[in-house]
Design a protein. Sequence first.
Length: 351
Amino acid sequence: MHSKIVGGSTAARVIACPGSVALVQAAPPQAESKYAAEGTFLHAAITALLEDAERLPMTDEQRDNKIAPALELLDQVDPDRDMEFRTEVRVDFGDFLPGVFGSVDLLGKIGRRAIVLDWKFGDGVVVEAEENKQLMFYAAAARRSAPWAFEGVDEVELVIIQPPMIKRWVTTIARISRFEDQLDAAVQEAKQPNAMLQTGDHCRWCTAKPTCPMMTGAADRAVKVKFDALDKAQIAIYLQQADMLDGWISDLRELAQRALDNGQVIPGYKLVAKRGTRKWLDEDKARAALIEAGLQDPDVTTLVSPAVAEKKLKRLPDGLTVSVSSGNTMAPDSDPRPAVLQLGQLLKKVL
Ligand code: SF4
């Protein structure tokens, strides 16, 4: 469960753009991507190992490339294994900032140093620990809600373990206090009716992009631009905006597709079946036909694909293949493919 106001992963966005809180609250919930689902699983798997709980079944790739290297990197933080620690710790700000909370992957203490650690299992951009707002959020919240980790402590180490990388940054309690002031100011600003909106790198993961006036305004301006009248400096500015618009466009498409999937109407658009890929209808019959045509080695188990067979034979015998679509996609009404019938939605209307 995530805070509706601000949590660790949204701290950078809310501090930079307090107005995003209200817009994100009004945005429809997003479906979990397969990358996010794998990240959640790997977090659970490494937590189970550290807690001596029942091991979760993982693939060799997950064990060798993610979990084992992450545990080795943890040894760099705690070489003598004397860290007192807890995993998946819910941390919050109590009455100071009601409704603001998060969950830190590992909270620990070694001597006079508190440790705030986050696992990142994505292969994308390497995340830095220095001045990392997600980790400072957890440190500030843990100071209030998990005092055992801060008793007698005079420094805080923020750690990102993102196999094969580890990033570490030691900071002071005073820096964490200043971060808390910054967070408090952003949360108070977010409550104002016209809270400040500000674009930047933090927009990348913002679910309000399709409806954000800063984004829709930029899109409108981009449509009206006369490109031949632009100087180079202006082109550079528009290139920066183009990166943000890329994210806005893909989020907008996803939002529209979800609405159509749910049976809602987007004027001028419909759902159509994705282009199908051909498969052998009956592999035994196909194998016999391919061997007879001299296209298939009888000793090889993998069948020649319909596309390869057709290239060589010019025309495949009737009834050997079937076209299978991998799902639905959004298309304009002018697309010649017929709109798909959504049985689930029709049943809902009837019942
Ligand atoms: S898209 Fe960017 S500017 Fe708009 S609300 Fe989200 S973070 Fe703020």
